[in-house]
Design a protein around this ligand. Structure first.
Ligand code: URA
Length: 242
């Protein structure tokens, strides 16, 4: 990548490209904790045995949409305005997984439409992807009241929908944004710092999964956008590796 391209990418992610006059251009994006980009450690996560039977396991897209729209598998159905199914290219190479709808998403029925969504779009653009070229869905299809973290029973009830979406899309890469989504999808309580910079899988098969920061976190902590940029480059490398 030439320096003009790199600058354009970082600007799309709203990463400050400022540097002291006269100082040499960095040869690679500096990060405080080096991410082992070239030697990712493959981690195979067991699929948890206690998941509820999957009512969506054989559904096609139309049936899956119908199941989600009418879902009453947990109490969030009482407080939601809209279910948030997911959006994007159903044959996408990249599948982005977030945590749960917020207020904007609950109102509009589409994932990542608020401020965090704008940043997610910029993050995708930074690696050459438009929003409509990926598929985007959340672990939870309904908004938790006051944006609280998903409860274990809510994630358990909802995961079958995401699992079916993943099976139907058959992406080359799953990019999970944020600790909560990652912990739920990978059935782990490991902190984000241990989940970044490596390739995960659910069970033996399935696409490679790469974890990065949630855009809402990056809005609060812009200094970590550079680490997110490292994650995105790593994810692109994993996707291209096939
Ligand atoms: N945060 C998420 O994790 N998902 C959304 O859809 C919106 C915000």
């Amino acid at each position: 990548m030439n320096s003009a391209q790199r600058k354009a990418y970082l600007e799309a992610m709203q990463i400050d490209t400022w540097r002291r006059r006269g100082s040499p251009a960095p040869t690679s994006t500096p990060v405080s904790t080096p991410v082992p980009v070239s030697t990712p450690v493959p981690v195979t996560m067991p699929v948890p045995a206690q998941l509820a039977p999957n009512p969506a396991a054989t559904a096609d897209w139309a049936e899956l949409e119908r199941l989600v729209a009418g879902c009453r598998r947990c109490a969030l159905c009482e407080t939601r305005r809209h279910t948030v199914f997911g959006v994007g290219d159903r044959r996408a190479r990249w599948f982005v997984v977030g945590e749960a709808p917020g207020a904007d998403e609950d109102r509009q029925g589409e994932p990542f439409v608020g401020r965090a969504g704008q940043l997610l779009n910029a993050m995708l653009r930074a690696i050459g992807l438009e929003r409509d070229q990926v598929f985007i869905a959340n672990v939870l299809k309904c908004r938790p009241p006051n944006n609280r973290d998903p409860l274990a029973n809510e994630a358990e009830a909802c995961l079958p929908y995401l699992e079916r979406q993943l099976a139907l899309v058959e992406p080359r890469l799953v990019l999970v944004v944020g600790r909560i989504a990652a912990q739920n999808l990978l059935a782990t309580d490991a902190p984000l710092a241990r989940l970044r910079g490596r390739v995960h899988r659910r069970g033996d098969a399935g696409p490679p999964i790469v974890v990065t920061y949630h855009p809402a976190y990056l809005l609060r902590t812009p200094a970590d956008k550079r680490k997110a940029w490292e994650d995105l480059k790593f994810a692109r490398e994993v996707a291209e590796r096939g």
